[in-house]
Design a protein around this ligand. Structure first.
Ligand SMILES: C[S@@+](CC[C@H](N)C(=O)[O-])C[C@H]1O[C@@H](n2cnc3c(N)ncnc32)[C@H](O)[C@@H]1O
Length: 199
């Protein structure tokens, strides 16, 4: 997780209102792991690109990433987040009060019931970075849908490694036979994988 995520917003003005509101709650709570501003800009762009589709996010935290998505989403898009920490989920629900955006409390797997997705951001579960296996895109995505997995170090060699071992999570996404995937930097020290599910 990007520890500097929340801190990276220092001095940035003119944020979309919902992003500012979610960020304020994260700061009050001392939550350091909001998505980076560059990642947020990318989410806003991607949300706009899918039109009136179905958007989901695992690991919503205080709602900063979901707010960026909302900032770019078509008025007919549906947005759902899931967060396992009840206090965070409740704070995010306050941010989106008065909108159609829903935030569920619980494990990331709950989100599957809201799929299949046209845009799915994996920020707290499903990435395959820890002990858990990554999700199977066939169970979650519409054909043509885009998966977003952030917080990788920028790729400098092949095959990718992490802590001296093959980076199996990154390889899963970049070499999946049903995904067209690439990796782009969103900050000098942080990269995001974008993967289109080909069905
Ligand atoms: C990197 S932070 C989220 C940042 C948030 N998406 C944002 O942009 O501000 C990851 C979040 O995932 C949540 N999380 C971790 N494991 C989870 C799980 N198994 N199910 C649901 N949420 C989880 C954590 O509680 C944490 O709030």
């Amino acid at each position: 997780m990007t520890e500097q995520g929340t801190a990276a917003y220092a001095g940035i003005e003119g944020l979309p209102p919902l992003v500012g509101s979610a960020l304020g709650r994260a700061r009050e709570a001392g939550f350091a792991y909001c998505c980076l501003p560059g990642q947020g800009e990318l989410l806003r762009l991607l949300a706009g690109g899918i039109g009136p589709g179905n958007i989901g996010e695992t690991g919503t935290g205080y709602g900063v990433g979901l707010a960026w998505l909302a900032g770019g989403a078509h008025p007919g898009a549906r947005l759902t987040g899931v967060e396992r920490e009840p206090v965070r989920a409740a704070a995010a629900r306050e941010v989106f009060q008065g909108t159609d955006i829903s935030v569920r409390t619980g494990d990331w797997r709950l989100l599957r019931a809201s799929g299949p997705f046209d845009l799915l951001v994996l920020d707290g579960g499903g990435q395959g970075k820890g002990e858990e296996p990554p999700l199977d895109p066939a169970d979650w995505m519409n054909p043509g849908g885009v998966l977003v997995i952030d917080d990788f170090t920028p790729l400098t060699s092949w095959p990718p490694s992490h802590a001296g071992r093959p980076d199996t999570a990154r390889l899963y996404w970049l070499e999946h036979p049903r995904l067209c995937a690439t990796q782009i930097p969103v900050a000098r020290d942080s990269a995001t994988i974008l993967a289109t599910y080909t069905g």
